[in-house]
Design a protein. Sequence first.
Length: 408
Amino acid sequence: MSEQTLPKSIIKKLPKSDLHVHLDGSIRLETLIEIAKKEQLDLPSYTVEGLHETLFKDQYASLEEYLNTFAYSCAVMQKPEYLEQIAYEFAKDNQEEGVRYVEVRFAPQLLINRHQDMKTVFEKINQGLSRAQYEYNQQNEIANREAPAFHYGMIACAMRNFGPFSDYYKTLIHLLSHSDMLDIRKLASMELAKAVVRIRGETGMPIVGFDLAGAEAGYPAKDHWPAYQFVHEAFMHKTVHAGEAYGPESIFQAITELHADRIGHGYYLFEPAKIKDPKIKDKEKYVFNLCQYIAEKRITIEVCLTSNLQTNPSIGKIENHHFSDMLKNRISTTFCTDNRTVSKTTVTDEICLALHHFPISSKTLKNCIIHGFRRSFFPGAYKEKSDYVRRCAEYYDMVMQESSQLKT
């Protein structure tokens, strides 16, 4: 059985991770509608079918249009009980398709209001995830140690750019009315960095990483160096949205200025024409050197195939995606969803998409999947993580062996 003909049922059973997935982009539509009705919030439609037609489309004109959908999802996350429900359902949906480890990211700044402060936001999301984890790991299969348990971590997202999108940002902009927006953005990122380091230290919650999200073009990563330096010195892992809607320099900044352990998307890594810096004369060589550095340092790229097709219409067909170049250059990659609801996808779907359109060997497939566990920001001691990765790899081999026997 070749990897290209591997049944979806087997892929679903394989142990998987998702290292790049936004909670506010992964809400069940039924829950979105339910809360919107309860809170009398406006939606373009109050049916699942209608939302697919009007809001959560198959294709978007740009990253900015894609990001506009989050105004509706964030609106239903403004009370503690809703955060816990959404996080719980998110974890259950992942578990149902064989995702054994997930790092869910969100921007608490968009969720702070009179009902919930930053600590409450983390606590309620953690409670939902923890409850789902406990229920899942009590199943016989897990209790008997026949399969790897479900684990999770939370990643806090700083924002490259923002306006009065939430109560928190409205207040911040008002209080700093004599500052320009660049200084306000830097301050907001630093405040988040200090908050997550403190909350992690005081509560022990698995806040495992720091991220930079939002519109990329015109909002360089290096502006957020102080915040990233702060979390770096606090031994917190770091990832950065880079190369999603801007060129190789954005990825270079993420690595050199922000100490990124992983890169979110990284699609434009292989686009010399996207380089804007006039000081870079040999663009091809720049891309080659950057690519080699990423490969050698094993800086993992969180690949989101479906999302990239939606936010970058210029890609055209999936076969044009630079995932093939990542594989050719032996770059560490792992399959991610970005947003399960907004992109209408799952980790299983992303793997199927890759297998059907790229020449992926059995060794490459296993590497991509296990890299997700190996390059995770696992919330435990290194020995615990090492043992967990080994168990996931062993379970992967067992599932593949059983599927081979069934085929014969």
